[in-house]
Every structure is written in C-alpha cells, then in structure tokens.
Write a new protein. Structure first.
Length: 544
C-alpha cells in the first residue's frame, strides 16, 4: 500500500511535465529557444556570463558566436574556482554538489549541480515516468529497483579539497530532495547498500533483498549486465538465499558494516521461500511475477548484452534507456521512441564536417556529436557522445547512442576512437544472427610488438581478425601504422565466462564506481588477457 501511494504521488507530480513535453514535440525549436532564453536570463551576470557577454545575446546564432565549444579540460579552471568557494562562477544558483564522473580519461570530472540542474533533469524524467505508468499501470502497485552502486571502490580513494560537497549520498539524490524521497520510499533495496565495497557481498545482499520482494515491478539499471550479474548471483547462491529468505537472516551479515543491520533485517518468510523453490532453475518472470519492465542501456556496445538479457526475461519487457550522462539527459524513452529531451537542456549537434545543427535539422544517415548547455552552468560543453537519428516523434528527432567520440587509443599514432570502433564492430557482426554480449577491442603487446586484440564471448575464429584488420584500416592512421609494421595484425581472444564482470572488477580498482562504468567497444588499457578468462585463438583454430 505504501509503494502504491508513493508511486501515485510521483505520477501525479510528473503529470504537468508530461503534458508540456508531449505538446513541445511538435515544435522543438520553440522549446529549445525557451530553454536558451532562460539560461541566459539566469546566468548572464555570472563570471562566465560577463566574460562572454551573455547579457546582450538575443539569438542562438549570437550565442554560438560569443561562446566557444569547450571540453571538460577547458572548463576545469572554472570548476576549480567553484571548489575554492567562489560564488556565481558558471551559474547564478549556488552549486549544491560537484558530482564526479569518470568520463573517457583517467582524471575525474566534477559536474556542478544546482537547483536549475535538478529541475532540468526532472523535466526529462517526469515524462518518462508518466509514459511508463500509462503503459504499465500495474506497476503503480509494486516496488522498484533503481541501481545503487557501491559508494566506495576498493583500492583507490579520492580526497579532493573542495568548499562544495563532492558526490551524492545515493543515486536517487540526482533528481533533488523531493524525487529522492519518493524513490527511496518505493525502493525494493535500501540505499544503505552503497556502503558495501565488496562486490561479492553487494551482489549477495542485493539478490537476497530482491528475492524477498514478490511485489517488484520495475528494474532500472545502467548496463544490462548489471542486472544479469544479480540474476547470476541468485543462481550461484540459490539454496543459501532461500534459507535466508525463510529464516529472515543474512548469511554474510558478519562481514557487513553495522550501518546495514537494520536495513537488511527481515521477518522470517518460509512461504515466500517455498514459492521460490518451485521455480528452479530460477527464471526471472517467475521469481517476480509482478515485474513488468527492465530499463537499461541497449545502444552502442550494450546491444548484444541487452539482447541476451531480453531473452532471459520471459514475459518482462526490456526498455532501452535514453542517452543519459552525469552532465545531462539527452533523450528519454517515450511512446516507443527516444526523443530528445527538448525541455531540459539546450542542445546542439556537430557533424563530422564541423557543421552545427539545432534539434530540428538532424538528418538521417549522419552521426553527430552532442553539444550541451545545462543548468549547472556548463555552456556549449562537448559531451563526447555520438548519436544518430532513428526516427521522429512529432517534429522532434528520436535518437540512438552510437559511441564515445573522444575515447581514443593511440599507441603508435593509430588514433582509434570508440565511436569508430563501435561502427567497425557493428559491421563485423551485421550478418550474424546472434550478437556477442561482450565485445571489446584493446591494445595488446607481445614479443612481436603492439597489436589490437578483440575480446569477445562468441564462437569465432581468426577470420574475424582478418576482417577486423580490414575494417579498422578504413582509419588512415591505423592503416599507415600497419603498413609500417608499427602495429602487428590484430588477434582474437575468446572470453570463456564473465567478461563484463571481470571488466568491471578491473575498473573498480582504478577508483570508478559501478554506476560510472559504461560499455565501450574500445579500451585504451592493455593486458586484458590478465583479467579476462579465456584464450587467444591460435593458428590451428583459425584453419579449422
């Protein structure tokens, strides 16, 4: 009953934004110009606004002339002024938090969050929530699981001095105080699980708490493997989990922080345990008969994993997420499409020739880099995400994520980018009925020198390597390095099990949080064979 009341309250509170968004789809330029005017009005008197003369800007064209496009490194001096306590640097609103995100480089980025930023995020989330409940009204009666990733990573800690708090207490806080309260009130898993740093304990406790909830109706995670790993934890620990559900205990409680004692305590429920036992081997839609939707990434390098997860869900719908970054929400799931979030941030799109287009001028058969202006004060910020048009909703483009544009691996001058590699991998598997759920290209070194290795959980032979070499050679820098023998021919590494889990484990040790780890087709890190189980395909396999 509590969850139904909370979900209904969220639905009702989101209604006005849904109505306004649906109306704006027929005139995206008007919506975007309103967003830009509001940004300029609020922020023209900031240090950034005065330096760029925002107070006299009247049109989008003049805005583009006054403010150059910048990446995060070029914003870093302004962010540093915020960390030192200076007010009204990028935005007139006080900066409530600096939210860390890993981005495509090793250095952490700190993204300013203000009241205006929270409003913009809710302008995007609210239409999605209403659309979701309109399509699946039964979900109003159940609890939800929103990904809560461990707050701390083993091995690395960041201790940046800042006058502004860094990071949020939990993922729900991204949407502001009111929405945070609503989400946490309807959560199947307590937010305190963020205190777990052991991935093994986190998976077990998360699986246990989820199994206790027969009324689970929505799962919203990032990478599809995020949920697949929880389902695998259920299969691996089935008997122990059922015993804990029956008795109300938690087998790993002695290893857990004391702050978790109250939140994981439960009444004995032998009836639920017995119902679960009837569903062996565990099948997702039988474990949670009220679960209607699993929302996750399903574009770019998550396509294969999303397809694999969808096959395991049975009658449960898999909903591809829109393009969401710490810096802003670019698109949302809505009416079966992924329209741009035109009432949230001001958006521009740059094609490969450097030409900039507003939302209404996106064209088919082209890829674009996203340029974002948001309520936290990031103004004409290069997001480094590549998108492509996949349809229209009203007069508003529906888009899909292609890959990262600035994530580059460059050992010998080859300058391979994630976006380019994503398109290569798509072509490599375009005629295959089954797609790999894990596929990643990365530099590798052996006695003969540097080369690239394709790591994938897929039945393959080194004919893949020859075709991969040909496709990569469309990049002239790569082709030049190959002709000079600066790079050796690529290889294929057959990942036998747990590719994404091992990928996450390595990145967690570099200080990334689980929620920050994004699917990539290209890793700039080498020696992945030391972290992934499997083997290189030898010459005999390639000839068989």
């Amino acid at each position: 009953m509590k969850a139904a009341c909370v979900n209904s309250l969220w639905w009702l509170a989101s209604g006005p934004s849904w109505t306004a968004f649906k109306s704006a789809l027929d005139d995206p330029d008007a919506a975007q110009q309103a967003v830009l005017r509001s940004f300029i009005r609020r922020n023209s008197a900031t240090a950034f606004g005065r330096e760029h003369g925002l107070g006299s800007v009247q049109t989008p064209a003049e805005f583009a002339r006054r403010v150059p496009i910048r990446n995060y490194d070029e914003f870093r001096p302004w962010i540093n002024r915020i960390t030192q306590g200076e007010l009204r640097v990028l935005a007139s609103d006080p900066v409530r938090r600096l939210v860390p995100t890993s981005g495509s480089t090793a250095a952490r980025k700190l993204i300013p969050y203000t009241a205006s930023m929270h409003r913009e995020l809710n302008q995007a989330m609210s239409p999605w929530i209403v659309d979701l409940y309109r399509r699946h009204p039964q979900m109003l009666l159940g609890v939800s699981y929103w990904s809560i990733s461990p707050a701390a990573s083993e091995g690395v800690q960041f201790n940046e001095a800042s006058s502004v708090p860094i990071g949020f207490d939990d993922d729900a806080a991204y949407l502001g105080t009111f929405r945070k309260a609503l989400i946490n009130a309807s959560m199947a898993v307590p937010a305190e699980l963020r205190y777990l740093t052991s991935m093994e304990d986190w998976r077990y406790v998360s699986a246990l708490v989820l199994l206790r909830r027969r009324d689970l109706s929505l799962v919203s995670v990032w990478h599809p493997f995020f949920f697949s790993l929880l389902v695998q934890a259920i299969r691996d620990n089935w008997e122990q989990l059922l015993a804990d559900v029956s008795t109300g205990n938690c087998s790993v409680s002695t290893r857990l922080p004391t702050v978790l004692e109250a939140s994981i305590r439960s009444n004995p429920n032998p009836r639920r345990a017995e119902d679960l036992r009837k569903n062996f081997p565990p099948i997702v839609d039988r474990l949670w008969p009220n679960l209607k939707v699993v929302s996750c990434w399903a574009d770019g390098q998550a396509i294969g994993a999303a397809s694999e997860l969808a096959q395991s869900l049975g009658s449960i719908a898999l909903q591809p997420k829109g393009l969401i970054a710490t810096e802003g929400i670019i698109s949302i799931p809505f009416e079966g499409c992924h329209p741009l979030a035109i009432r949230s941030h001001y958006l521009e799109f740059e094609d490969d020739s450097g030409r900039l287009s507003p939302v209404s001028e996106l064209r088919e058969n082209r890829e674009y880099n996203v340029i974002l202006t948001n309520g936290g004060g990031l103004c004409r910020y290069r997001l480094d995400d590549r998108i492509a048009l996949d349809g229209m909703l009203g007069r508003t483009p529906s888009i899909r994520f292609v890959g990262k544009s600035s994530h580059v691996s460059d050992r010998m001058g080859e300058k391979l980018s994630d976006g380019f590699v994503a398109s290569v991998l798509s072509k490599l598997f375009e005629d295959k009925q089954r797609k790999p759920s894990f596929a990643m290209l990365a530099p590798d070194v052996d006695a003969s020198g540097w080369r690239y290795t394709l790591y994938l959980d897929y039945e393959a032979s080194t004919e893949f390597a020859a075709r991969l070499d040909l496709l990569l050679s469309a990049n002239p820098q790569y082709l030049y390095c190959r002709r000079l023998s600066q790079l050796q021919p690529p290889r294929v590494f057959r990942v036998s099990d747990g590719g994404y889990a091992a990928y996450c484990e390595r990145l967690l040790k570099t200080g990334k949080r689980l929620g920050e780890i994004k699917p990539v087709g290209l890793s700039a890190l080498d020696n992945w064979s030391n972290y992934l189980s499997g083997h290189y395909l030898d010459q005999e396999e390639s000839q068989s």
